[in-house]
Design a protein around this ligand. Structure first.
Ligand SMILES: Nc1ncnc2c1ncn2[C@@H]1O[C@H](COP(=O)(O)OP(=O)(O)OP(=O)(O)O)[C@@H](O)[C@H]1O
Length: 266
């Protein structure tokens, strides 16, 4: 199995701050990773490296078989699908949903004068069906709920048939129903053998979709644990990652965590 992402001793420094500190990480093509960590742990920095938007200060980063720093990243980027709040902000509010999705095949945000052929439109429509929102094709982005917008972004990220899918906090800001809808969509993708290698960033174990296989846990730029979810996602690692004693439950493929009560831990 080929590695789609390979970080070796990756460190990122900005002035006196160390954003990531000696990170080793390998993602293979059939794996679905969740990256967990508290605010400021370095998750966004890690995603920027994975998206080829940043170089390590030291160490090496290989994405889709190419060493970052020695390759034209503009050739790599169309092979990577990304959803993030920053990208969502740049989607024009008056854009029709089918155009938000189809324009990803040209790597543009906001339709201009490109010609898309019927194959592109068919693929965009198929993705909207797969993500569960075909009825929104004629709506404009500005009229959608947060949960609907998140799903449009996932369809858009899949449009160019990427080899690596990066989802930066896709459930942020969703209500309970929206989160559950999104988790089940991501779970469906996780179980699809044709879906790309996927990395999902989250603050919450409740957002881990069934079918995800691996976890990377970060605290203060350092890897606390990385490996198979069933081995590495445990109370000791989660408590060390979030810096407090946590109880962790796992039932029906879903995870839940809460602070261990002081009485129970004494
Ligand atoms: N240019 C910079 N100079 C100095 N420090 C920075 C710079 N950019 C980010 N940081 C710091 O690096 C740390 C990691 O930031 P990052 O955004 O990667 O964390 P995160 O895990 O994504 O956090 P959150 O969950 O809050 O989004 C933070 O403490 C942040 O303040």
């Amino acid at each position: 199995m080929a590695a789609v992402l390979e970080f070796h001793e990756v460190t990122v420094r900005r002035g006196q701050s160390i954003l990531l500190d000696g990170v080793d990480w390998v993602v293979e093509e059939d794996e679905r990773w969740v990256v967990l960590g508290p605010n400021g742990a370095g998750k966004t920095t890690l995603m920027q490296l994975a998206a080829t938007q940043m170089h390590p200060t030291s160490g090496t980063s290989d994405i889709l078989g190419s060493r970052i720093g020695k390759v034209d990243v503009f050739e790599l980027r169309p092979r990577i699908g990304i959803t993030s709040a920053a990208i969502a902000e740049r989607i024009p509010r008056g854009e029709m949903i089918r155009d938000v999705v189809v324009s990803a095949s040209y790597g543009v945000l906001g339709r201009w004068k490109e010609d898309y052929d019927s194959l592109d439109h068919d693929r965009a429509q198929d993705l909207l069906v797969e993500i569960g929102i075909p009825h929104l094709a004629q709506r404009t982005f500005g009229t959608l709920s947060e949960g609907e917008r998140k799903r449009v972004q996932i369809a858009r990220a899949l449009m160019a048939d990427p080899e690596l899918l990066l989802l930066d906090e896709p459930a942020a800001g969703l209500d309970l129903g929206g989160r559950e809808d999104l988790v089940s969509t991501l779970s469906m993708l996780a179980y699809d053998p044709d879906a790309p290698a996927t990395v999902l960033v989250s603050h919450h174990v409740e957002e881990i979709p069934p079918g995800f296989t691996h976890v990377l846990m970060l605290r203060q730029g350092k890897v606390v644990a990385a490996g198979l979810l069933e081995e590495e996602l445990n109370e000791a690692n989660l408590s060390a990652t979030f810096g407090m004693p946590l109880l962790l439950q796992h039932a029906d493929g879903r995870w839940a965590a809460r602070r261990r009560s002081r009485r129970a831990s004494s």
